[in-house]
Structure formats: structure tokens, C-alpha cells
Design a protein around this ligand. Structure first.
Ligand code: NAP
Length: 488
């Protein structure tokens, strides 16, 4: 670690997974002049906001864990959402990060003036910082579908990320719109509870089978007793090899890896769904993993439950009594859940972010959100993003991605702290070259192979990291300093 030469103030936006991680690292490095601003009254980010029935992370629990804080007590191979939330709340206390968090403070303005970031919250608090870490997440602005009559529905209607737990579900007529990871998990949880369950599908999904066994008490005791075993669980070679293979496949829509994924998913469909009509309705017509691949141990069973029905006719409108299909059929409902995803291109916005010389983030991102190496933006000095635009996304742990990004950002924080410079931002030339190469590569990835998804920007270009995971890990080991302007 560099010699501390300057007392820098660091402000972190958001107390979700990446914001908590930042707080832990700041305190560990002795940077106590810092604060984490959180708009809600609890930490946890996406795991605080999503509480829908069936909420589970489809990444193995021991891999979906901070590398430095293994958890022997995960109940299942795939962790339930509520356990992840508990893990983060526990971690915040364990590392003393709770004292950094300013709850119920939503940053609405962040402007770079006279060499510092000036921040203001909706609640009227003002602050200044030398460094800002934006850890505001990706999937937190619910997408409410523009379906006619949605507001006329007489029953209970809510987005999956705003689940209303006061509404009874058992024995009721429930509709779920959306067949992404969320919709599929809700259907799996509610098939046995609903009186009648309707899954409104606009596009069929590829479903990768997965097992989700519970860890036994003996296994958990062994994890507790043996740190090496726990470390092994976090870094299981089979899992890591799979992630590697999967990610190598994503970069080329015509790769053998994608065909291999399709074969497994297709066999799952053929072997699991008995009714040939239903089977065809559930058969996707685009490349597997073009949309985020769904891992589910039980969706096909759930949708074949006698209470459940897949509805593919197309929604005409919502009426007070239920959903009217394009065929004229009215499906009467008590509850309508909107598992319709998120507006992923927002990132920290609608916050007003203004960089050097009055440059507005909204203008810089007018065509698409972009960031050099997915972390930094020219004209926005000392402003770094975790899980920001163009980062890796897919079926792996975003905790690992955020840890690697923070490691990369840390080089800059040390330089600022050591007084080597006062401002660090990527050059325009580096940003342009990166974005040109990124877009060219992104079009060739499976995400750009002809489906719609939240991975695509407004022009239909995948907004993701388009290269291999290995390349990402290499880049994150240390910044290429020639791509940055360091101002003394
Ligand atoms: P999503 O993947 O964006 O899916 C949204 C669904 O809503 C799609 O099926 C979409 O249909 C449908 N939809 C949207 N607007 C509609 C409309 N107007 N009419 C009818 N259908 C409409 O959203 P999500 O399922 O919430 O998942 C978002 C992301 O969250 C995932 O990709 C994943 O990254 C993350 N997630 C992860 C886990 C996990 O286990 N790790 C679990 C849940 C979510 P089309 O496909 O036809 O557009």
C-alpha cells in the first residue's frame, strides 16, 4: 500500500453488494473519511428490493459470497434471496460498515467543481468528496409494461421488485407477466399455492436444468470446522471451469459452446414436458444465452401443475376483472404480478451528474451508457463505477466482478491518497478506441444474435463486456496508465 500522503474523502453511492464491499475496503485501508449514501432505510440493494416468492440466486451460494468472508451456513446450493440479504446485513455489522452508511439519503446531484465532487441529497444534505464510487446497481428501476388498462385492474397488481406481502396468495387466481429469471422463479414457487396460476409468455426461454440440494447440518459443520474446505467450496474447480467455458461461448454466437448449451436445454425441454403442444409453446426460436440463460430446477414441473397454465396468445389489455387476450378470452384474476424486468440503462440516473467544465453525464450517455473498462469516464475525474455500463453480465457472481473492479480502482485511490496527482480520468482517445472495439466485438456476441433483452442498448447493441472473462480478469489486474490522464 502506498504511503498515505493526503487525507482524501471518499463518498460511495449505494449500500448494496458493491457499496458494502467498498466500505469494507476503505476501512481496511484506514480511509475513515468516507460515507456511503443509501436512499433506502436498509442495506442490500437488489436483495433488499426483491422479496418475491421463490427468490433465489441462480449462482451457487458459496460462489455468491465475498471472497474474504466465506459463509459456512448457506442452506442450499443456490441461496434463497432472504439469506443473501441476511448475509449482507451481517457483513455490514461485522466489518463496521454500518457506521458509514447515511440511510434515507438519496443523492440527486453530483457535480465536479473546483477539483472536488459536490453532492446533494433529496433530503437536503450536502457533502464534498475527492473520490466518488458509484455502486448504484443495474437492475433497480422497474419496467412497468405499457399495457392498456393496467391501472384499471381491480385486484392487486405490483412489480416483482415491489412485491406486496399483504396480498394473500393461497388459493387465489394469480397472473404473472414475464418469463425472465424472475417470472420463472415466481411460477415455480406459486404453482402449488395458487388456486389458478397463469403465466403470460411473450417469448419462450431456454431453461438450463440445475439441482438445488440443501446442505446438511453435517456439511455445514464441516464447512465451519475446515477453512480449506470452505475455500474449496468458494472456488470449486468444476464450477469455475464451467463459468470459463460458458463465458468463452458467449463471445461468439456461433461457438460450439452455445450449441452445447442448446443441446442441454433442448434435452431438458424434451424430457420434462409431456404435452407436445405445451412443449412447442415453450420452445425458443433464438440462440440460447442470447437472453440471460435461465437456470431452474423446477419450472417445467411447475408449469405442468394442474393449477398452472401457460398463456401465449398475446395480451390485448388489462381490464378491471383481469387480462383480456388478443383472442378475446378474458382471464379473471385476483393478483397480477409484473415480472417485466428493469430499465437497465439508467444506472445512477436520474441523478444529475456533472463532470469537469460542466459536462453532463446525460449528454455523454445520450446514445448509450459507456465507461472506459466499464469503470471510468473522461471528464469525470476520480469518479469510478462498480457494476457500471459495459461490464461482464451473465450467469456468474457479480460479487466477483465488483471485487475485481474495486481492485482496479484501488490503484487510483492509492495514487490520489499518496498525493501523486489530484485528478484521474481516462483520456477521450482511450475511451473512443475502447468503445469502437467494444461495439464491434459486442455485435458478434450471442447477446447480439437476434433476440431482445435488457442486455441491449437503445440501438440494439449489446451493452455488455464483449470479450472473454479471462481478458476482463487480466485488464482488472492493473490499469493501463497510458489510457488515463493524471493531473497534478
Ligand atoms: P427480464 O429478464 O428483463 O424479463 C422480463 C420479462 O418480461 C420478459 O419475459 C419480457 O418478455 C416480459 N415483458 C416485458 N414487457 C412486456 C410486455 N409489455 N408484455 C409482455 N411481456 C413483457 O426481467 P427479470 O426476469 O426480472 O430478470 C432481470 C434480470 O435480473 C435477469 O436477467 C438477471 O440478470 C437478474 N435476475 C437474476 C436472478 C438470479 O437468480 N441470479 C433472478 C432474477 C433476476 P420478452 O422476453 O418478450 O421481452
Amino acid at each position: 500500500m502506498a504511503e498515505a500522503g493526503r487525507d482524501i474523502r471518499v463518498v460511495v453511492m449505494g449500500a448494496g453488494m458493491a457499496g458494502i464491499l467498498s466500505g469494507i475496503k476503505l476501512l481496511a485501508a484506514g480511509i475513515t473519511n468516507c460515507a456511503i449514501y443509501e436512499k433506502a432505510d436498509r442495506v442490500g440493494g437488489t436483495w433488499r428490493e426483491n422479496t418475491y416468492p421463490g427468490l433465489t440466486c441462480d449462482v451457487p451460494s458459496h460462489a455468491y459470497t465475498y471472497s474474504f468472508d466465506p459463509n459456512p451456513d448457506w442452506s442450499h446450493m443456490l441461496p434463497p434471496g432472504a439469506e443473501i440479504q441476511e448475509y449482507f446485513e451481517r457483513t455490514v455489522k461485522k466489518y463496521g460498515v454500518d457506521r458509514l452508511v447515511r440511510f434515507n439519503q438519496e443523492i440527486v446531484s453530483c457535480e465536479y467543481r473546483s477539483g472536488r465532487w459536490h453532492l446533494r441529497t433529496k433530503q437536503g444534505t450536502e457533502d464534498q468528496a475527492d473520490v466518488v464510487i458509484a455502486a448504484t446497481g443495474v437492475l433497480h428501476h422497474p419496467n412497468y409494461p405499457p399495457i392498456d388498462g393496467l391501472d384499471t385492474f381491480r385486484g392487486a397488481c405490483f412489480h416483482s421488485a415491489r412485491w406486496d406481502h399483504r396480498v394473500p396468495l393461497d388459493g387465489r387466481r394469480i397472473g404473472v407477466i414475464g418469463t425472465g429469471s424472475t417470472g420463472v422463479q415466481i411460477i415455480s414457487a406459486l404453482a402449488v399455492r395458487a388456486g389458478r396460476l397463469y403465466h403470460f409468455q411473450r417469448t419462450a426461454q431456454w431453461i438450463m436444468p440445475v439441482e438445488n440440494p440443501a446442505f446438511t447440518e453435517e456439511q455445514k459443520a464441516a464447512f465451519r470446522a475446515d477453512p480449506d474446505l470452505l475455500h474449496y467450496m468458494q472456488n470449486q474447480p468444476d464450477y469455475l471451469a464451467n463459468v470459463e467455458r460458458f463465458n468463452n461461448a458467449l463471445v461468439d454466437a456461433n461457438s460450439e459452446g452455445i450449441t452445447e448449451i442448446e443441446n442441454i436445454c433442448r434435452a431438458n425441454l424434451e424430457n420434462s414436458v409431456r404435452d407436445p403442444v405445451l412443449r412447442e409453446q415453450l420452445r425458443p426460436t433464438y440462440r440460447a444465452a442470447c437472453k440471460r440463460l435461465i437456470y431452474s430446477p423446477d419450472y417445467y414441473q411447475a408449469i405442468q401443475h394442474p393449477n398452472a397454465e401457460l398463456v401465449t396468445d398475446g395480451i390485448e389489455r388489462v381490464e378491471p376483472a383481469g387480462v383480456r387476450m388478443k383472442t378475446g378470452r378474458l382471464i379473471e384474476l385476483d393478483v397480477l404480478a409484473l415480472a417485466t424486468g428493469f430499465n437497465a440503462g439508467m444506472f445512477m440516473r436520474p441523478m444529475n451528474v456533472v463532470g469537469r467544465n460542466g459536462v453532463q453525464l446525460n449528454d455523454v450517455w445520450a446514445d448509450r451508457p459507456k465507461a472506459y473498462m466499464a469503470v471510468a469516464i473522461p471528464d469525470f475525474p476520480n469518479f469510478f463505477m462498480l457494476n457500471g455500463p459495459n461490464g461482464p453480465v451473465g450467469n456468474f457472481s457479480l460479487i466477483d466482478i465488483a471485487e475485481q473492479q474495486l481492485h482496479y480502482v484501488w490503484t487510483f485511490i492509492e495514487k490520489l491518497r499518496a498525493g501523486e496527482c489530484r485528478e484521474i480520468a481516462p483520456t477521450h482517445a482511450a475511451m473512443q478506441a475502447f468503445e469502437r472495439d467494444r461495439i464491434e466485438a459486442a455485435r458478434k456476441t450471442v447477446f447480439g444474435s437476434g433476440c431482445t433483452s435488457w442486455y441491449l442498448d437503445a440501438e440494439g447493441v449489446p451493452a455488455t463486456w464483449p470479450w472473454t472473462r479471462t481478458r476482463f480478469c487480466e485488464e482488472m489486474k492493473a490499469p493501463r496508465l497510458e489510457a488515463y490522464e493524471l493531473v497534478a
